[in-house]
Design a protein around this ligand. Structure first.
Ligand code: NAD
Length: 510
């Protein structure tokens, strides 16, 4: 049973989608798919609302998001209820992966955006007759297209950044988790966000494509590589900027001197949390031969102890839908057929419903297997024994992805040196799956894992056009290079170039 399924069209030919709870199969909601005409109307409303909003001070905008944070904390239980119903994830995981970072993003950008986006005076190295300012202008209407695997935070984080920068937002959440997005939008409205600044359009890829076509000024996309490629192509045709936050195949390197307990715990958490359905999930471990046996033994014991029964206290929830489970199962089966060995798990979990797969540890895997080179997005941890760290780095970089990576070692300098050799968007040392939460830092993928970055100063500024304003200081009657062009001006300019760039005077231009 798919968790999202089409219903017969309405009498007037409108498409509809129905969503079910992945644990109980209960119907959660039915939505009309927003069509292109409605998206166009929404963009028009957003433009009108954005004009007024861009005149609000950062403090006044921030006050809305601080109120939203207070509201979120007050009604966290009901928000968690919504997320758990749509994803099946445990309440604790929902609290720390969705509610906690949402509070942080609301608080952080409400307080910091003004500082990061305030006008800057820039001192010019050459044009001393001019004064320069850099002004961060909101782009206008931003389309935010999001996935299902973090349905609250993946909507909230880009939307709050775009809105704090003075834009309006059209949010197209995943068709798999429409209710959580609506809860988020209602929260902001109640907190005092003016009408039409954040509008949610519901539907699948067709609605996402309509948002790009509808004349928005930027797309902030989070999702798979294959959809990201289509979104990038459409944005290219529309000549609008986009950030593409895409999938990954994160590697973890365990050095011989790693703290075994922390490394094993980090690997299991990095691979299994959110049932492995996390973009920066640990999907490959390279462990140096000297500690490979001890490490693997600890990992297997920890994975075997993970609990899945949703009727009791549990660690791992279900897959969000059957398609995802089948993909993971096929990768595991193909790896086993090609010689991989299952140390624990490796099959559907019995007696828990249709969407559960046992958390799995594999060894004897190679880079010829899909499980080692394609995104898995499930609770599977393949472990590879390597001769030394050089081999680990070479294998970690042998991928078309490059979202995140982690290194475990007691020698932090060595960890940093390894990190610098990894082609990964971000690297954590002695930790896993954490960098998205460090809001000061830009987050984004290398290689096919993405284009552009969210978070940090550059991420926030990405929701603006950095507009230079150059002011002439002295008001002379004319500039030297203005017409007419004469042989005398040419000669003087040649001399000027000589004095400026070929004599010690060039020191002043550095
Ligand atoms: P997906 O690519 O299937 O869908 C993402 C969104 O795009 C959905 O809202 C979908 O309706 C929409 N969409 C589909 N076709 C479209 C089109 N042609 N034009 C515009 N929009 C379209 O991804 P998913 O299955 O929802 O999410 C899982 C993927 O997201 C994984 O690959 C995961 O790694 C990735 N992800 C990346 C990050 C990151 O920060 N890098 C974070 C979370 C998830």
């Amino acid at each position: 049973m798919a968790i999202v399924e089409p219903l017969p069209p309405t009498d007037d030919g409108r498409r509809q989608l129905q969503v079910r709870n992945p644990i109980t199969n209960e119907i959660l909601e039915q939505n009309l798919v927003t069509n292109l005409a409605e998206v166009l109307e929404a963009v028009e409303r957003a433009r009108a609302a954005q004009e007024a909003w861009s005149a609000w001070s950062f403090k006044a905008r921030g006050a809305v998001f601080l109120r939203a944070m207070e509201l979120l904390i007050a009604r966290r239980e009901s928000v968690i209820d919504h997320i758990v119903a749509e994803t099946g994830r445990s309440r604790l995981e929902t609290l720390f992966m969705e509610i906690f970072p949402a509070c942080d993003a609301l608080h952080f950008f409400a307080n910091r955006a003004g500082k990061i986006l305030k006008d800057r005076t820039v001192s010019l190295h050459l044009m001393k007759m001019k004064k320069a300012k850099l002004v961060y202008q909101p782009l206008g209407v931003v389309g935010v297209i999001t996935p299902w695997n973090g349905p609250f935070i993946m909507c909230l984080n880009p939307c709050v950044q775009a809105l704090m920068a003075g834009n309006a937002v059209l949010l197209k959440p995943s068709e798999v988790t429409p209710g959580t997005a609506r809860v988020f939008a209602e929260l902001l409205q109640e907190a005092g966000l003016p009408e039409n600044l954040l509008q949610v359009v519901q539907g699948d890829g067709e609605t996402g494509a309509a948002v790009i076509e509808a004349g928005v000024d930027k797309i902030s996309f989070t999702g798979s590589v294959s959809t990201g490629r289509k979104v990038g192509e459409s944005c290219g045709r529309a000549l609008i900027p986009c950030t593409l936050e895409l999938g990954g195949k994160d590697a973890m390197i365990i050095c011989a001197d790693a703290d075994l307990e922390r490394a094993a715990g980090g690997a299991v958490f990095g691979a299994m949390f959110n049932n492995g359905q996390y973009c920066s999930s640990t999907e490959r471990v390279y462990v140096v031969d000297a500690i490979a046996d001890a490490f693997t033994e600890q990992v297997v014991a920890r994975v075997a102890a993970l609990r899945q029964d949703p009727d009791q206290e549990y660690d791992l929830g279900p897959f969000i839908f059957q398609r995802q489970l089948s993909k993971v199962e096929a990768q595991v089966d193909a790896a086993v057929s090609a010689g991989a060995k299952v140390l624990v798990g490796g099959r559907r979990a019995e007696g828990l419903g249709e969407h559960f797969f046992e958390p799995t540890v594999l060894v004897d895997v190679t880079h010829e297997m899909a499980i080692m080179c394609e995104e898995t997005f499930g609770p599977v941890l393949p472990i590879v024994r390597v001769r030394d760290e050089d081999e680990a780095i070479r294998l970690a970089n042998d991928t078309k992805y490059g979202l995140g990576a982690s290194v475990f070692t007691k020698d932090k300098k060595r960890g940093e040196a390894i990190a610098r050799r990894l082609r990964a968007g971000s690297v954590s040392i002695n930790d896993a799956a954490i960098t998205y939460g460090a809001l000061e830092l830009p987050f984004g993928g290398w290689n096919e894992s993405g284009v552009g970055q969210v978070n940090g100063e550059s991420g926030l500024r990405g929701y603006c056009h950095a507009q230079p304003i150059l002011i002439d200081r002295f008001g002379l009657a004319a500039e030297y290079v203005w017409f007419p062009y004469t042989a005398e001006k040419f000669e003087k300019l040649v001399k000027g170039i000589f004095w400026m760039f070929q004599t010690p005077l060039r020191w002043f231009l550095r």
